[in-house]
Design a protein around this ligand. Structure first.
Ligand SMILES: *Cc1c(COP(=O)(O)O)cnc(C)c1O
Length: 375
């Protein structure tokens, strides 16, 4: 348990962690929908609508559909990566950060045949090396990629990798959990076979529901692939939701109601519109911190539009910075131990320029206490 002795001010906390995010009032209000039974037609209709809207947001057409899972993003990741690789297949995991490592951990724990390509944290994925690996090893049937590697804030080259994987006739499974909704991503144009998303990051819903979007043909083919788990059997969930019109197990209906409201808002704003809004907020964070002499982890061209990783200023610890900011109502986020001394400022969710101004002013007050005279 992390010790938390900080009392934030009453009222809204500004979440600058990479999800869960500050949500729109409409999304929160949707949680208080009337009580319902998950095996009634209205629940089936809700699930059908959410599946369709999730598919639209991922750029899927009528030949694609989505499967909903109760659980955080990792539930949908585990359902996907433990369900799609047949016993005589093998998955190539592309790993350049914490979430790439998570994909590897999932296939490893389920005993899925795999090969892990490690590029190192903060290093871009070498697309030519992926191309060569696929050319050299016809036994690889699938490739696993994280689109936005949230640990470092790096946006990986989805389109280029999708083209390479498709050219070699293999399947691409993408963790799009922290990119879907705000970064350009399109199931068809990017040659994605399996796209994993979640409610509570750039889709701006609440935590508790995640989903997988795929061409129906791919989901149908899972009939011939052995499931490795009972609860997260992707084919079982697909058949249940798509053919039987009922969930396999009790879904998080209220969170799903909120997800529908969030998807409506996402589709209204559009991925491009949301991307532009996030770009502007990220720019404000980055310019503001650059003006304060902060060092960035990644060069600008490699950064996603929703996370900025920077070094904690000299003379103070991450905890001091975090606690000082939290006492003022702003929550920043640490990074895994591999990147000691770095912290993250995310700009996902319902934030505006005033929130970022407020954060920068609070940053000055907190850092000022440690930096001493002269700064
Ligand atoms: C947040 C995140 C996840 C899932 O984390 P959960 O805590 O299970 O929601 C997976 N992959 C990426 C890239 C993420 O940013």
């Amino acid at each position: 348990m992390p010790e938390n002795t900080v009392t934030p001010p009453a009222g809204r906390l500004v979440l600058l962690n990479p999800g869960p995010v500050n949500v729109h009032d409409d999304v929160r209000a949707a949680m208080t929908s009337p009580d319902q039974c998950h095996r009634e037609p209205e629940a089936a209709a809700l699930m059908a609508r959410v599946r369709e809207k999730a598919t639209l947001l991922s750029g899927g057409d009528d030949s694609c559909t989505s499967v909903l899972l109760a659980g955080s993003g990792t539930a949908a990741l585990e359902a996907t990566f433990s369900s799609i690789v047949p016993d005589d297949g093998r998955i190539l995991i592309l790993d350049n950060g914490n979430y790439g490592e998570r994909l590897w951990r999932i296939v490893d724990v389920h005993g899925i045949p795999h090969r892990r390509m490690e590029f190192g944290w903060c290093n871009p994925i070498d697309v030519d090396a992926v191309d060569r690996a696929l050319a050299d090893d016809p036994g690889i049937t699938h490739v696993g990629l994280v689109h936005h590697e949230t640990s470092t804030g790096m946006l990986n080259p989805l389109r280029e990798i999708g083209a390479v994987v498709a050219r070699h006739g293999r399947q691409l499974a993408v963790d799009a959990i922290s990119s879907l909704g705000s970064e350009r991503l399109d199931l068809r144009d990017d040659n994605i076979d399996w796209c994993v998303g979640t409610a509570n990051k750039c889709v701006e819903g609440l935590p508790g529901v995640s989903f997988v979007t795929a061409p129906r043909e791919r989901l149908e083919q899972l009939e011939h692939v052995r499931a490795h788990t009972f609860y997260l059997d992707l084919h079982g969930h697909y058949i249940s939701q798509d053919r039987l019109g009922a969930p396999l197990f009790t879904p998080a209906l209220q969170v799903m109601t909120a997800l529908e409201a969030a998807l409506d808002r996402s589709l209204d704003e559009g991925v491009q519109g949301r991307g532009a809004r996030y770009d502007a907020l990220a720019e404000q964070v980055r310019e503001g911190l650059a003006a304060r002499g902060v060092r960035f982890l990644l060069p600008p061209a490699e950064r996603a539009n929703s996370v900025t990783n920077v070094y904690v200023p000299d003379g103070m610890t991450y905890d001091e910075l975090h606690d000082g900011l939290k006492a003022e109502g702003y929550v920043v986020y640490s990074v895994q131990a591999q990147l000691g001394g770095v912290f993250r400022v995310a700009n996902m969710g319902q934030l505006d320029a005033t929130d970022i101004e407020g954060f920068l002013a609070a940053y000055d007050r907190v850092v000022g206490k440690y930096a001493g005279p002269g700064i």
